[in-house]
Design a protein. Structure first.
Length: 320
């Protein structure tokens, strides 16, 4: 009868869908299992979706392939002490047996490496001159390698740097246009001297803004120190007096006649020179302190990285 037909219709009704989503992913009217239910109920293979490598579990503070900068720092510090000793040893004295009164190498090298120091124009003897120059240049290279090692310890993607950046940034390359050819007998012309001063100022300005500022900022961040903008105090006070000294000298030479007569509204002063020398020494000392602090921080941080790496490797899920 009617009740029997209703019961038969109920028994033939399709099962409810086994999952949501598009119609083709849902269960069909024939009671077949839907693809989505099969995927959701399938067991996940062991290891899939799990982090099994220690490298994925552990983020190092510094480059995994880096090395401690402490040995580089020791070599550079020994070189600095040796350079100061050699300068005193090579100083010209009245009893010098074979004095080299004028040496362009001596003038140019120490103008670039020690622009704030008066080391004279020659050495006690030829042998002492050569030995002192070799020690000074070797020390400069050791300092560059020290800074390059610090930069090489920075993780990839965080602006690592090498030895070239400190070589461009820290020697006083702006002195060379003034000192090159200084020991020649011919006196530079007024126009030549102005050009030398302006070229020196251009090198000074470009070096500080394009090389020294980025170098100091990167060294600061290489030790993961906060407030990296504070590194500006290590270069800006030094740039100002040197710029004033070069520009005021160029302006004065321009204002004077060929015979050296006349007056200038902006002349170089002893205060400018003293300020330039004082800020150069202060910046060098500040850089040395910064390098020592960053070296110690990197040494300790890399040691902690190794300990953390070993601990994470021990907890890593093994692949099966």
């Amino acid at each position: 009868g009617a009740e029997g037909n209703a019961a038969m219709a109920d028994s033939e009704a399709p099962p409810p869908p086994t999952s949501g989503g598009p119609k083709w992913l849902q269960g069909g009217g024939d009671g077949r299992v839907s693809p989505s239910s099969v995927l959701s109920s399938a067991p996940t293979p062991q290891g899939i979706g799990e982090t099994t490598r220690a490298e994925d579990l552990f983020t190092a503070r510094y480059n995994r392939n880096g090395t401690t900068p402490i040995p580089f720092a020791i070599v550079a510090l020994v070189g600095i002490v040796a350079t100061w000793w050699a300068l005193g040893w090579a100083e010209i004295t009245p009893e010098a047996t074979d004095p080299v009164r004028v040496s362009e190498w001596w003038i140019n090298v120490f103008a670039v490496l020690l622009p704030s120091e008066d080391v004279g124009v020659g050495a006690y003897s030829s042998s002492r001159l050569v030995i002192t120059l070799v020690i000074a240049v070797a020390t400069a290279l050791a300092c560059a390698l020290w800074i390059g090692r610090i930069g090489g310890n920075v993780r990839t993607g965080l602006s690592p740097f090498g030895t070239l950046l400190p070589i461009l940034a820290f020697p006083a390359w702006w002195m060379l246009p003034i000192t090159l050819g200084l020991n020649n007998d011919s006196r530079p012309s007024r126009a030549d001297f102005i050009i030398r001063l302006l070229v020196g100022f251009a090198i000074l300005f470009a070096q500080f803004l394009l090389a020294r500022w980025p170098a100091l900022n990167r060294i600061w961040r290489a030790g993961q120190l906060p407030y990296d903008m504070a590194s500006i105090v290590l270069w800006l006070p030094n740039l100002i007096p040197w710029s004033m000294l070069y520009l005021s000298t160029a302006w004065t030479v321009f204002q004077l006649g060929e015979d050296g007569t006349g007056s200038s509204s902006w002349e170089p002063t002893q205060t400018m020179e003293d300020w330039a020398n004082w800020t150069t020494r202060s910046s060098a000392l500040g850089l040395l302190v910064l390098l020592l602090v960053v070296s110690v921080l990197q040494h300790r941080g890399m040691a902690q990285d190794r300990r953390d790496d070993e601990a994470h490797r021990g907890r890593a899920v093994p692949l099966s």
